[in-house]
Design a protein around this ligand. Structure first.
Ligand SMILES: CC(C)(COP(=O)(O)OP(=O)(O)OC[C@H]1O[C@@H](n2cnc3c(N)ncnc32)[C@H](O)[C@@H]1OP(=O)(O)O)[C@@H](O)C(=O)NCCC(=O)NCCS
Length: 178
């Protein structure tokens, strides 16, 4: 490869499993690597996992989980996206864009018309840059003990099909958040 040519993008692979050890490999063993502990929520693990390895080391991940939801009076499903993580020493190189793009390509074949994620407010501009839109409506999610709570984090959505339009109205996730 000549010095002038950009390095090829690393491959995104489907991971057969994603454990706490895998997450620690990316984010380290800190108490709150996603910065969401303050929200005090219980989260669902994801079902499908996508990752990037550099020199054999797992450095990026995005997870998917299909979830039932009501948006206004529309009962449907969304593809929940979660566990988006890039190792601190390789951030800012497009790895979140790469791994999310592969996960969403997979999600497009799965049925839901939209993907949805929750994030801290400072990450809204980053996800907007990746084609996501913040919702300004109330989003309610389930928590243990049959509780339903208002999501304190920002909710963002992106279409998975051409011309998919997000219905208007309050959002109610019929599950724990992912
Ligand atoms: C959030 C996180 C995944 C981003 O990973 P990353 O690999 O650095 O992100 P990327 O390099 O792919 O950047 C994505 C895009 O956002 C842009 N971006 C980054 N910071 C931005 C900001 N503050 N405002 C607007 N755009 C921003 C980048 O320029 C890039 O766009 P481009 O490809 O058009 O240049 C990483 O910081 C992380 O793992 N944080 C800790 C865990 C976490 O909070 N995860 C999110 C859970 S919702």
């Amino acid at each position: 490869m000549s010095a002038n040519q950009p390095a090829p993008a690393p491959a995104v692979t489907r991971l057969s499993r994603y454990t706490k050890t895998d997450q620690d490999e990316i984010l380290g063993t800190g108490d709150d690597p996603f910065g969401v502990a303050g929200a005090g929520l219980t989260w669902l693990p994801k079902e499908e996992h996508f990752g990037v390895r550099l020199d054999g080391r797992l450095v990026a991940h995005a997870g998917l989980l299909r979830l039932p939801v009501a948006i206004g009076d529309v009962e449907t499903e969304v593809m929940g996206v979660g566990g988006v993580a890039v190792a601190p020493d390789v951030r800012g190189r497009g790895l979140a864009r790469l791994v999310l793009s592969a996960a969403l390509d997979h999600a497009r074949a799965r049925g839901p018309r939209h993907a949805l994620l929750f994030c801290r407010p400072p990450l809204v501009p980053l996800y907007q840059r990746l084609g996501w839109h913040p919702l300004d409506t109330e989003v309610r999610v389930e928590q243990p003990g049959s509780r339903v709570v208002t999501m304190p984090l920002r909710t963002m959505v992106t279409p998975l099909r051409d011309q998919a339009r997000w219905p208007s109205g309050r959002v109610r996730l019929y599950s724990l958040p992912m």
